[in-house]
Design a protein around this ligand. Structure first.
Ligand SMILES: Cc1ncc(COP(=O)(O)O)c(C=O)c1O
Length: 425
């Protein structure tokens, strides 16, 4: 998908090959949850941007941890603790490889993307930004990349600058560049929009920011499930993603950071594991990344995340991306043909997210009708209220596709939208 030139053009020949490589029927067997009935209809799960489903390998990995290895990490000399620590730290290396980070110690475990961004704001930005300094974000940010900056604005008197988007939902690059100036101290941008599916040109954005020595955080929550991420190629200073959107368990995620920055940053939370030594007079902190990892983490979920990474690697993210892009093209065509449907987000570089509104029908009513047909979509503002204002809609319905979805499921979606039109039209 990252290499796609258009959401809707010129894909047929490429996908004839992909169809041979990627057997979606087989893959779906790895996700037993998808086989269930909802309101008497086969489940059609199209809410993957909210959270994705987990393959058996992930569920088994968590189960095995609790059945065989359950112990706290980094502390015990006993065998179970050693096994748990080894399994946990191996996942750090898997994430390093997933993101192509230079060193495993550049991977900080967090609860998810939200916590990763809060960590950078609370630690890096709180220390380095002064009143009047500016932070640039875009008009398509998730609340997770807006609100922490607003909290810092209240505390420190910084200013937030918002890079605009066009009617297709693409960043207006020249406007973004114009916002970068002598007062800009940080850029924080989503890689892929959770509402529009837009893939931002983050490498070019990072390069523009770096010309002025401005560090950049990339919110990869919606990119990591769909494309190969290479933090060295992107040159970004921080990269964040959540396990539960990359087919792993909830409650864990990762923050990548450049070593120089991580080492310069104060701890984010205090407690066990993040210290080197503690006395009532003076405490010294542990090294990177442990100084950011206070307290007992979600060990089981982290081990499950490792299994999710192995699973995706076994299928090949490029194969998944090709299949998803084929679905995106198909869904875009089919939904565009329904009179009254307007797709919100028609960027030329797009991930498999289709947000839409239907004339005269509130998105919540669409969601309710679809649910009765067994279809799970998200309706609402998708934690991106400023973006709703930009497109002058109160909410959208959003079908977000994963590699285990099928064209037949999109046909079912189209039929159900037609039904909603009849009921409310
Ligand atoms: C673009 C984006 N950023 C951040 C988040 C927050 O992720 P989490 O809730 O896993 O912390 C989401 C979740 O939907 C998202 O889509």
């Amino acid at each position: 998908m990252a290499t796609a030139t258009s959401a809707v053009q010129g894909v047929e020949s490429t996908y004839a090959l992909a169809a041979q490589e990627f057997d979606v029927r087989r893959v779906r067997e790895d996700f037993p949850i998808l086989g269930q009935m909802v309101h008497g209809k086969p489940l059609v799960y199209l809410d993957n941007a909210a959270t994705s489903q987990k393959p058996l390998a992930v569920i088994e990995a968590e189960r095995r941890f609790y059945l065989e290895d359950c112990a706290n990490i980094h502390r015990g000399v006993h065998l179970l603790s050693e096994r748990a620590t080894k399994a946990y730290e191996e996942v750090r290396v898997k994430i390093q490889q997933l993101l192509n980070a230079p060193e495993a110690k550049q991977i900080v475990f967090v609860r998810g993307t939200t916590e990763a961004i809060n960590l950078v704001v609370s630690s890096y930005a709180r220390r380095n930004l002064q009143p009047g300094d500016e932070v640039v974000i875009t008009a398509m940010e998730h609340h997770a990349n807006i609100v922490p900056w607003q909290m810092l604005r209240e505390e420190k008197g910084i200013a937030l600058r918002i890079a605009p988007i066009n009617d297709r939902g693409e960043l207006v690059f020249e406007e973004f560049e114009k916002l970068l100036g002598p007062r800009t101290r940080f850029v924080s941008v989503t890689h892929v929009s959770n509402v529009l599916g837009t893939i931002n040109p983050v490498r070019e954005m990072v390069q523009a920011a770096h010309r002025l020595n401005i560090p950049v955080l990339v919110d990869g929550a919606q990119a990591a499930p769909h494309m190969k991420i290479d933090v060295q190629q992107l040159e970004c200073d921080f990269y964040a993603f959540s396990s539960h959107k990359v087919f792993g368990p909830t409650g864990v995620g990762a923050l990548y950071g450049k070593l120089r920055l991580l080492e310069s940053m104060p701890p984010y939370q205090g407690g066990g594991d993040m210290i080197s030594s503690v006395s009532f007079e003076k405490t010294t902190y542990n090294t990177v990344p442990y100084k950011f990892e206070a307290g007992t983490p979600n060990i089981a979920a982290t081990i499950g995340l490792g299994a999710a990474i192995d699973y995706v690697n076994s299928l090949g993210i490029e194969n998944l991306a090709r299949h998803e892009h084929e679905l995106l093209v198909y869904a875009t065509e089919k939904l565009s043909q329904i009179p009254g449907v307007r797709i919100i987000g028609t960027a030329r570089e797009k991930a498999s997210v289709v947000s839409f509104v239907l004339d005269g029908v509130h998105p919540h009513d669409i969601g309710t009708v679809l649910d009765q047909e067994g279809i799970a979509v998200r309706t609402g503002h998708h934690c991106a209220q400023p973006l709703m204002e930009r497109f002058k809609v109160p909410a959208t319905a959003r079908a977000s596709l994963a590699f285990y979805n099928t064209k037949e499921e999109i046909d079912t979606l189209v039929e159900a939208i037609e039904k909603a039109k009849q009921i409310f039209g």
